[in-house]
Design a protein around this ligand. Structure first.
Ligand code: PXP
Length: 261
């Protein structure tokens, strides 16, 4: 459920904040062993006000492992917090998701050699592969989201499936700002805004994620159709300096401020 605030007589819906805890597992795996435990990190993120926990079970298990995901599902159902499992559209991942039944599943493209998820899913070109997976996930009650670029043909293709949500990849926007290329960032931001309008009009819930930071989150959080932000690397990295509670609190403050001013 999204919180709402009345500002100047108008009700504003605030985006939920999903915290991706993958990189707690990255630090753990750098040494082997059990510390730091991403499930303990998820618990701390929930205490700090995360609306949901996101975790990506990659095919190479480079951060989150199968047992982490099982323990995350147990934690989230205990705490009544949604678990959003990110996964590639493979038979192995489909079977794991069907067994675990997370609240949400975000289908992402995955290449073994990439450092992180680069680019969105080609829904239009992969309908035959995706539709049966989406159907199977719907049947066990998981809410399916497709991680796509904000381009018309991919949004329209997503709307032809039974997925309820699209998550727009904000990586290109974030990278343009990292390069100080404000003109390129503005073009991508316009595409994200237009994409959000179109997806909403087609009945899809809109989420945003990837590369979001304190410095770049406001224009994304301000997009009125956006119902959820999924943020990981920056929050976990910033927690080293200011703690998880402060990092989550500040991200939420910036998102709320952007949506309400
Ligand atoms: N959303 C999706 C679908 C992702 O794949 C990722 C990265 O795993 C994120 C959000 C979070 O991105 P970041 O770690 O850059 O905040």
């Amino acid at each position: 459920m999204n919180s709402q605030i009345k500002i100047g007589g108008r009700l504003k819906t605030l985006p939920r904040l999903g915290v991706n805890i993958d990189h707690i597992a990255t630090v753990r795996n750098a040494r082997g062993g059990e510390h730091p435990d991403p499930v303990a990190g998820a618990w701390a993120a929930i205490q700090a006000g995360a609306d949901g926990i996101t975790a990506h079970l990659r095919e190479d298990r480079r951060h989150i492992r199968d047992d982490d995901l099982e323990r995350l599902q147990a934690l989230c159902s205990n705490e009544k917090i949604p678990l959003n499992m990110e996964m590639a559209a493979t038979d192995e991942m489909r079977d794991i998701a069907i067994r675990l039944k997370p609240y949400a599943v975000c289908i992402v493209p995955e290449k073994r050699e990439e450092r992180t998820t680069e680019g969105g899913l080609d829904v239009a070109g992969q309908l035959n592969r995706l539709v049966p997976i989406i159907t199977a996930l719907n049947e066990v009650g998981s809410r399916v989201s497709l991680f796509i670029e904000a381009v018309t043909h991919q949004i329209e293709a997503a709307a032809r499936t039974d997925a309820k949500v699209v998550e727009f990849h904000t990586g290109a926007y974030a990278h343009a700002l990292d390069r100080q290329d404000k003109a390129e960032a503005a073009v991508i931001l316009t595409a994200l805004k237009d994409g959000a309008k179109l997806a909403h009009a087609l009945g899809l819930e809109v989420h945003f994620g990837h590369g979001l930071t304190f410095d770049n989150v406001a224009p994304i959080a301000a997009i009125p159709e956006g119902m959820e932000l999924n943020i990981g690397h920056f929050i976990i990295g910033e927690a080293i300096f200011i703690g998880l509670e402060a990092a989550i609190g500040e991200m939420r403050f910036l998102a709320t401020e952007a949506r309400t001013t």
